[in-house]
Design a protein around this ligand. Sequence first.
Ligand SMILES: Cc1ncc(C[n+]2csc(CCOP(=O)(O)OP(=O)(O)O)c2C)c(N)n1
Ligand code: SF4
Length: 283
Amino acid sequence: MPTLEDYKGQTPAWCPGCGNFNILRSFNEAMVEMGIEPHQFTIVSGIGQAAKFPHYTKCNTFNGLHGRTLPVATGIRLANHEMIVMAVAGDGDCYGEGGNHLLHAIRRNVNVKLFVHDNQVYGLTKGQASPTTGEGTKTKNQPFGVFSSQLNPMALGVALDCSFVARGYAGDSEHLKGLIKEAVHHKGFALVDILQPCVSFNKVNTYKWYGERVYHIEPEYNPEDRLKAFERSLEWGDKIPLGIIYRNNRHTYEDMIPVIKESPLVNQSFDLSKLEAALKEFY
Ligand SMILES: Cc1ncc(C[n+]2csc(CCOP(=O)(O)OP(=O)(O)O)c2C)c(N)n1
Ligand code: SF4
């Protein structure tokens, strides 16, 4: 059985009090409690404070370009669908630079677990507005306030029929740990948006601000009711729901690909002569 010691990575360089610390702790504890060894999964990340996450735990990792996390994660999963593949991104990284990739990863329902550290700013580059920053919020880069409307990742997930849509909060580690476990066990693409206070650059959405608003979705709520999920996903402001907002059992992308149905691509032999013959047909 793995222990928390097995998950010890580099010392984090995040600011003291950053919400990322609790996310890291919840993640490591969830993995240990599920009995998953560090070599059994891969985390893909891009650029940003959140994207440093895989350096601070222990696992296989691919650190790629800003916003390009999901295409890489998809490729890894299709090459080896026995590997647990996770993607970690900031809200800017995922909903800004990587927005287009997110739409299509959800549509394909590739079996990747996406954890978005949503601090509602671009943290690493000192706090300019991201897609989830509230309209009108003033930042150093937006001195007249943000003009664009605020992206709602939960409503986006429900609208796209994403197979698992959930919201966690870095200030509620036990609840977040449960969500991480549910996402890992879920068959299909999982979008887990994690509210993460950035104590240095987001002076609006603080621990106090969230603490006065977040609540747990009641146990009798049925996340498979899509219309109800839409209603719940639109709650933001005075009340912010935490938990699984929507879930379905759509077929996954890898389930549909004949060549990998029987066995992962990495386990299959490669015959160069067959490739040459196939290429000749197109010469
Ligand atoms: C294509 C591209 N655009 C911009 C940058 C500069 N850049 C690096 S990190 C970053 C902000 C990251 O913010 P976010 O994804 O929200 O993550 P956080 O740091 O808040 O965790 C930006 C804009 C870049 N590296 N590549
Ligand atoms: S700038 Fe914000 S997101 Fe980055 S480490 Fe500091 S508190 Fe965390």
